[in-house]
Design a protein around this ligand. Structure first.
Ligand code: VGL
Ligand code: ZN
Length: 207
């Protein structure tokens, strides 16, 4: 790949894989492909969903609420999730099969108790930044390829924000898996298309 490209591998963590607290169907099956793709990129950034134990996105933090209910927060609607990716737990660890020794940046997100962050760039208040845009720009990255979990949440939000921050963004579709909550996967692809996010298969990158 050209030096101005980078791979963003989103939330490939135990809790999003089989047996995890918020398992994405087939989540772990992308791991060998992501490893292979990563070899084509000099710059690889990983993200980790990384929540405090009493995070506002957890159903358990709201009396009487169940996972997958939606509540209104000051920054907008919030899906309530099973408790997942709690800081420093095994569930929050990167999947052990991930083999990307040259990955040189890990962005941890969702670290503030009162704000969720699906996006690797901007938290759900749409104001607080993770710093990823500045990091990529300082390396001269203009084109971002994105893979990981889950297609319809953290991958989609990260890709849309990549566009909003002025990067070209392309999702490597077979290197992602979705949650698909009440049609969220189709809705995400429609939004992605409208915001100019590309969609390719890994074979197009020679992987
Ligand atoms: C994610 C729901 C909650 C994701 C993270 O990585 O897509 N989804 N936290
Ligand atoms: Zn989360």
């Amino acid at each position: 790949m050209q030096p101005h490209t980078a791979l963003l591998a989103v939330d490939i963590q135990n809790d999003f894989c089989s047996g995890g607290a918020l398992a994405v169907p087939g989540g772990e099956t992308i791991v060998p492909l992501v490893n292979q793709l990563a070899r084509h990129f000099e710059t690889v950034v990983l993200t980790q969903d990384w929540h405090p134990a009493d995070h506002i996105s957890f159903a358990a933090s709201h009396a009487g609420k169940q996972p997958f209910e939606i509540i209104d927060l000051p920054y907008g609607p919030q899906v309530l999730w099973p408790t997942h990716c709690v800081q420093e737990t095994d569930g929050a660890a990167l999947h052990p099969g991930l083999d990307i020794p040259h990955a040189r940046m890990i962005i941890r997100k969702g670290i503030h108790r009162t704000v969720d962050s699906y996006s690797a760039f901007l938290e759900a208040d749409r104001t607080s930044r993770t710093g990823l845009d500045g990091y990529l720009r300082s390396l001269g990255v203009t084109d971002l390829y994105i893979c990981g979990l889950a297609t319809d949440f953290c991958v989609a939000w990260s890709a849309e924000d990549a566009r909003a921050f002025g990067f070209n963004a392309t999702i490597i579709e077979d290197a992602c898996r979705g949650i698909d909550l009440d049609g969220s996967l189709a809705a995400a692809w429609a939004r992605l298309k409208a915001s100019g996010v590309g969609r390719i298969a890994s074979t197009a990158l020679g992987a």
